[in-house]
Write a protein that binds this ligand. Structure first.
Ligand code: 5RP
Length: 236
């Protein structure tokens, strides 16, 4: 097998190319965030040009917005199109029931809104993202919260068994501020055996805006492998 650094980027791109095959003329599409979703955005831009498609995009982050502009994808908003035909996005972990952890790129709140507005939600990733149980390999769960409620939320997260860590910037001192003006706690919950319960417990804490747990939301997952792309069956 090729060394990891040689196959992973190709695997991510191949998964994104498979997902972009679902794009049809007239579609309104949610544009995901992160390095794998970026390949899908580039491919959608290429298809619009080559196949003269009338497609509109709804970006999930400032990164996706910029990429869409660079790739000449006409944009719209959820205000104008509250129902989307398709959304394509990446993931940080995918479990055996196809539940996801997302948000290492910090765009989890808009990504989840766009995914829930979409008739078909497609995940693109390389196969290293697949695990038996969410939380493996010390993967934290990103949680977007209101800055005003930080200490209160941290205490309540500790009460339900999480160890929160405020996400700080690399190009700026202090916390990472999301596209929504909020902050992110990366929370170690250990192995997440019951994602449904954890989602309910965390969402019921006042001050929590959104969690990076995407429970039974994915319709199709394309996993890039060292050779080829696997389409995972869905939990639905
Ligand atoms: C951003 C996300 C990304 O989709 C996720 O972090 C995967 O990114 P990448 O494809 O770069 O590994 O959830 O909030």
């Amino acid at each position: 097998m090729k060394p990891e650094r040689e196959w992973v980027e190709t695997a991510k791109k191949n998964a994104a190319l498979e997902a972009a095959k679902h794009v049809r003329d007239g579609f309104v599409i949610g544009l995901g965030s992160g390095s794998t979703a970026a390949y899908a955005i580039e491919e959608i831009g290429r298809k619009i040009k080559k196949e003269k498609l009338r497609v509109l995009g709804v970006p999930t982050s400032y990164q996706a917005f910029q990429l869409a502009v660079e790739n000449d994808i006409p944009l719209t908003t959820l205000e104008e199109h509250p129902e989307l035909d398709l959304a394509i996005d990446g993931a940080d972990q995918i479990d055996e029931k196809l539940n996801l952890i997302k948000g290492i790129g910090g765009a989890l709140a808009r990504e989840k809104i766009v995914a829930s507005a979409s008739k078909c939600f497609i995940i693109v990733a390389d196969e290293k993202k697949k695990v038996k149980t969410l939380g493996e390999n010390s993967q934290p769960l990103p949680i977007e919260i209101l800055p005003f409620a930080k200490t209160l939320v941290e205490k309540r997260i500790e009460k339900i068994g999480g160890k929160p860590c405020l996400r700080t910037g690399t190009g700026k001192v202090g916390p990472v501020i999301t596209d929504n003006g909020n902050i992110i706690l990366d929370v170690d919950f250990g192995l997440i055996q019951d994602p449904v319960k954890l989602e309910v417990d965390v969402k019921s804490i006042t001050g929590v805006v959104e969690t990076g747990l995407f429970v039974r939301m994915a319709d199709i997952i394309y996993l890039g492998k060292p050779s080829g792309v696997a389409r995972l069956p869905t939990a639905k």
